[in-house]
Design a protein around this ligand. Structure first.
Ligand SMILES: Nc1nc2c(c(=O)[nH]1)N[C@H]1C(S)=C(S)[C@@H](COP(=O)(O)OP(=O)(O)OC[C@H]3O[C@@H](n4cnc5c(=O)[nH]c(N)nc54)[C@H](O)[C@@H]3O)O[C@H]1N2
Ligand SMILES: Nc1nc2c(c(=O)[nH]1)N[C@H]1C(S)=C(S)[C@@H](COP(=O)(O)OP(=O)(O)OC[C@H]3O[C@@H](n4cnc5c(=O)[nH]c(N)nc54)[C@H](O)[C@@H]3O)O[C@H]1N2
Ligand code: SF4
Ligand SMILES: [Mo]
Length: 733
């Protein structure tokens, strides 16, 4: 009875994927989660929740998680618990000296996917990177969406200007290499993606899915097209060519490079496209005609098309088709969100290659080097440049980056390593010190990155639901690490010092220095969020603000008063104002991408390997983590190799197959299924937990798919890793 009386019902955003669902959480008197439901009053997610969100309580207090700093004894390879001061002192005794002896480049930083979801990742990690002063910065971005960002950067001048399909208004959606019924959407924040797709069809719209597998999303579509892995650029060139050839273009924006684009596409006849993609020539032309004829249409392409050899060209052609059909920046087409928080103000057109990696000379993009060359930089000797120490925050590159065995060897050979992570995982097990973030429910939540990619303008802030106690916030952990790396004392309050510096600089730039006392919030972190909201598109301090329905404009107070979130209306056209290209026009033919065309054309006639590997995601999985939640790793969420039954028969594969590639070999259970194209096999990534101290994950270990992917192959313009279309051979085990 006492429990019922004192149980609390609280609201917050789910931090586990890009859908940013509103959750309604019940806590018992001891602050343990007893139930998690969808928040019906959230205007964007309207009560939607998936099995991962429902298991947030397990993640919040997983008995196998790291709850205090850990220091590893290298001789015995065992961990001991340390106090925060002890852990910081230990790092302070090693890191500054390493930097002094070997230079700033000798310390590498790797940032994993959850940084896109945490306040600490958005507001504090940049200061850590600056403090280390290294160009050896790597992240999951180059195993994910860098091709999209480079294409956006080159076409629109700004790599953060990524269009999303106007899902709720479009009449026609062509989706390539995405499976939102499992992933819940990516670079397209759309809670209840399945419901939104069903609504599209219910209002008479058409959904076409292009995928080497008949996915759950494909089953929901009007039409599914099998495509050979890695060949999406050919299909899109074929569509572009048809649009020009049949005079179907309807360009409504000022563009550059129209003639160059037409010339680049000229030789990709429907027959050439058919030979490489496996999609009938007539279908290629028909899809182009349908896109042109639809009142509104959007092409949306995601991870299957990014982590491929011609990933950046593919993303370029996606936006080229959206532009040619009059759908870029138009309602029902591909549009840009207007997010509430003021972000980095970019002034110069984007370019890549401002510096290059030491060993392979791969170009920098957005200040990062490709994760596909991180192992090279650690393993290849070279004075003053070789990476000897790593700091990782919320990542697991040993499982998530290509050539996994090499990556594991590289991490094992480091002189020093610090990780900020919830778990001892396949990567952090090599650290000297692991610093844990607090429970998710002890952290504030604001989606700096994802609200720029929402299909409807929307904003929501969630304050911490549970007090921190003795545990520092993740913001404080990162700010302290930054102070240590900069050789500053970490015993003062580095968090407040950093926040005050950022606030003072930002307000001074805006000519609002005198408004410092007005900033609202219980912590300096909240005050920074308040400042960004007030200066942002709908903000109280923005004289040209957009209407948010909040009298006087947005600030943190307004978000605290509206804990279910605020709907800020449908997407609005934003071009040409936000373009950052030198010409202030959309560049339909960036020279760097045109340079790829000859190579793509030449490959059209090359023989294709007998078998190629692709990945896949499962609704109840989350990259390499959340495998320690028993309710999630059961049933169909298994690390199996999907193979077409004809291939199983032909090769005489039994229950288990040996899969070999240029990079490595794994032995894995075979799952025969008609849902995959013959000649293509699929293995999910993020598994391989044989050595894990996480009990459930270890019992469901699986194999690391990235033992097979090859770090020597990258998408040239972006340096992105290639996970799809990897040549493999199969033999019975
Ligand atoms: N073969 C193949 N490989 C792939 C992919 C693929 O499709 N196929 N996909 C790629 C993609 S898209 C991505 S994004 C990457 C992901 O690659 P990574 O980002 O390297 O790995 P994750 O598995 O997301 O690991 C996240 C880690 O963050 C920790 N964590 C969770 N929450 C927090 C937090 O609040 N704070 C901190 N400090 N830590 C936290 C978790 O415990 C976990 O250890 O994998 C890539 N690798
Ligand atoms: N449940 C769950 N949700 C997640 C994640 C997770 O691990 N689990 N990870 C999150 C992350 S980090 C990301 S980046 C997103 C990714 O979100 P999505 O992009 O939707 O990712 P997937 O579900 O892997 O879908 C990719 C699809 O591409 C197909 N494919 C493979 N190769 C090719 C190709 O060459 N061409 C084409 N056209 N298709 C191809 C695959 O068969 C697969 O169905 O998901 C996020 N959400
Ligand atoms: S769809 Fe994503 S954001 Fe929504 S509940 Fe599931 S994991 Fe959380
Ligand atoms: Mo990702």
């Amino acid at each position: 009875m006492a429990d019922v009386i004192t149980a609390r019902n609280l609201l917050r955003t789910c931090p586990l994927c890009e859908a940013v669902c509103g959750l309604s959480i019940t806590l018992d008197p001891n602050d343990h989660v007893t139930s998690v439901r969808g928040d019906k009053k959230d205007p964007l997610s309207r009560g939607f929740i998936c099995p991962k969100g429902a298991s947030l309580g397990h993640v919040d207090e997983d008995p196998d998680r790291v709850t205090a700093p850990l220091i590893r004894d290298r001789t015995t390879d065992t961990w001991r618990t340390a106090t925060w001061d002890e852990a910081y002192d230990y790092i302070a005794s090693r890191l500054p000296e390493l930097i002094a002896t070997h230079g700033n480049q000798s310390v590498g930083v790797y940032l994993g996917n959850p940084n896109a979801h945490t306040v600490a990742g958005a507001l504090y990690v940049p200061a850590l990177v600056r403090a280390v002063g290294t160009k050896n910065l790597y992240s999951a971005s180059t195993a994910d969406q860098m091709p999209k960002q480079v294409a956006s950067g080159l076409m629109f001048g700004d790599p953060l200007l990524m269009p999303v399909p106007d899902l709720d208004r479009t009449d026609y959606l062509l989706m390539l290499g995405a499976n939102p019924l499992e992933s819940n959407g990516s670079l397209c924040t759309a809670p209840d993606f399945p419901g939104r797709l069903k609504a599209l069809r219910a209002r008479g719209g058409r959904l076409v899915v292009v995928d080497p597998r008949v996915t759950r999303t494909a089953k929901l579509a009007d039409e599914h097209l099998f495509i050979r892995p890695g060949s999406d650029a050919y299909l899109l060139f074929g569509i572009v060519r048809t649009l020009f050839e049949e005079e179907l273009t309807d360009i409504r924006l000022e563009v550059d490079g129209l003639d160059e684009l037409r010339a680049a596409a000229a030789s990709f006849t429907p027959e050439v496209v058919q030979a490489r993609t496996g999609i009938p020539a007539a279908t290629v032309s028909r899809i182009a005609r349908e896109l042109a004829a639809a009142p509104t249409a959007a092409v949306y392409a995601r991870i299957g098309t990014c982590t491929a050899e011609f990933g950046t060209v593919t993303q370029w052609l996606v936006e080229a088709v959206n532009t040619l059909t009059g759908n870029l920046d138009a309602p029902g087409g591909a549009m840009f969100a207007s997010a509430a928080a003021a972000g980095i103000v970019r002034t110069k057109p984007f370019r890549t290659g401002r510096w290059s990696s030491r060993v392979r000379g791969l170009p920098e993009a957005m200040g990062e080097l490709p994760v596909a060359t991180l192992a090279d930089e650690i393993l290849t000797p070279g004075d003053g440049q070789q990476v000897r120490a790593m700091i990782t925050v919320a990542g697991n590159p040993v499982l998530s980056a290509p050539s996994g065995n090499r990556m594991a060897a590289a991490f094992a050979g480091l002189e020093f390593m610090v990780s900020v992570d919830r778990y001892v995982n396949e990567t952090t097990r090599h650290a000297d010190v692991i610093l844990p973030p607090p429970r998710p429910l002890q952290s504030p939540h604001y989606d700096f990155a994802l609200l720029q990619l929402a299909v409807r303008n929307y904003v929501r802030y969630s304050p911490p639901l549970v007090p921190l106690g003795d545990q520092p916030s993740e913001a404080r952990v990162i700010a302290t690490l930054a102070a240590i790396a900069a050789g500053l004392p970490h015993t003062d309050d580095p968090l407040v010092a950093l926040d005050e510096m950022v606030i003072a600089t930002t307000l001074a730039k805006a000519g609002l220095a005198q408004r410092r006392p007005d900033l609202h919030g219980e912590t300096t972190t909240e005050q920074r969020i308040d400042m960004m909201l007030r200066l942002g598109a709908y903000g109280e301090w923005n004289t040209e603000r957009l209407d948010s329905g909040v009298p006087g404009g947005l600030n943190l107070r307004a978000l605290l008063d509206n804990p279910h979130g605020l709907d800020l209306g449908p997407l609005r056209p934003r071009l040409p104002e936000v373009l950052l290209t030198a010409s202030r026009r959309v560049d339909l033919a960036p020279p760097q991408l045109l340079a790829e065309v000859a190579r793509i054309r030449a490959k059209a006639v090359e023989a294709t390997p007998e078998f190629v590997l692709i990945g896949r995601r499962h609704l109840r999985s989350n990259n390499s983590w959340m495998h320690n939640v028993a309710t999630l790793v059961s049933g169909t969420n298994r690390c199996t190799l999907q193979v077409h039954p004809d291939d199983v028969l032909r090769l005489g594969l039994g229950g288990t197959a040996v899969v070999k590639s240029a990079a490595g070999v794994v032995t894995v259970p075979v799952e025969p299924t008609e849902s995959i194209m013959p000649g293509v096999v699929s293995l999910p990534h993020g598994w391989g937990h044989q050595e894990s101290p996480q009990t459930v994950a270890k019992a469901n270990a699986g194999v690391n798919a990235n033992v097979l992917t090859d770090d020597s192959v990258v998408d040239a313009p972006s340096g992105n890793a290639v996970f799809n279309g990897v040549p493999v051979t199969l033999t019975p085990a």
